[in-house]
Design a protein around this ligand. Sequence first.
Ligand code: IPE
Ligand code: IPE
Ligand code: MG
Ligand code: MG
Ligand code: MG
Length: 336
Amino acid sequence: MATQTRLSTGSDEDQRHARFDNELDSIRSAVEERIRSLLPAENGSTDLLTQAMRAATLSAGKRMRPLLLMLVARDLDCSTPGLVDVACAVEMVHAASLILDDMPCMDNAMLRRGKPTIHIQFGEDVAILASVALLSRAFSVLSSAEGISPFTRSRLVVTLAETVGAQGLVKGQFLDLRAGARQSPDEIAATNELKTGILLGVAVEMAAVVAQADDSVTRSLRAFALAAGQAFQLRDDFLDGPGNDSAVTGKDTGKDQGKATFINTLGLEEARRRLGAHLRDADRHLLAALGSKQRTRRYLGGLFAQYQPARHARPAPGQLAGRDQASGTRLGARFG
Ligand code: IPE
Ligand code: IPE
Ligand code: MG
Ligand code: MG
Ligand code: MG
């Protein structure tokens, strides 16, 4: 999506929001442009594998993980050019996980980011292969990220590999699918951390590693991301429920029926209370890590605008989905 400069004639506050929205747009554009160049070019209409890889990564996602990585790095005053490659690697892992998550043997979803899911578009065989190819490309991108020392690159590779593997994302998905519909709140939180929180955790941790942040800052950033991850999975579970329209969220609703989500287990009100508590925890850890630096905080504030106490919320008519930025600006073609 092309970077767009918004004209603002409003208050200082409006201008600040407009500037920040433009910063987010420009990070998204840089990440998408780089992903385009890092993935294999399409070699004709029969090159389904490449088409599937590109469709899965470049469709209209929020780019939350790359944004968190880049904003945390900027808040840490780090602007190493190779950060964009690290952000692209995380987004490729995320896209690979969504391809598998949507397959008939998993959540059996038809719609993702407003388009038919990858296995519907290209077939299950191609979908699995595209997911594996994206994972593999993510690690090769990390291992050659520009301006980052070989030692740091190998640290990043190990960190991301452990995040994806049998004790990470893969285990989270396994528990989500197979642990059964009756889970304790602690068990649900553990699954949510593995399937969702740790990828946010690794994004901010990699920013901290590249920025050579102190260990205590890195620990606070990770704690921030895990709290934000709990809040984010709850937000996602709300989007699956009644009152949300697939045309707005860009994905099927009702896919969590029979699953051990907080909403199904504890009810809407308690889920909402927990979401608020996780956001407060996230904010506390962020303050400990970044002090008065505001980019990451502002982004989270926009993402969760509808869940903030009223005094912080900007006017946000309509559904949560499709509103993503600090200003509450409608996202047009981006979903969820
Ligand atoms: C969806 O993630 C999967 C979860 C971990 C909840 P996002 O809501 O970030 O999906 P996109 O990338 O914006 O499509
Ligand atoms: C997804 O959780 C977690 C991963 C893809 C790793 P969900 O299954 O709730 O995500 P959506 O709702 O399909 O995006
Ligand atoms: Mg799932
Ligand atoms: Mg799903
Ligand atoms: Mg969901």
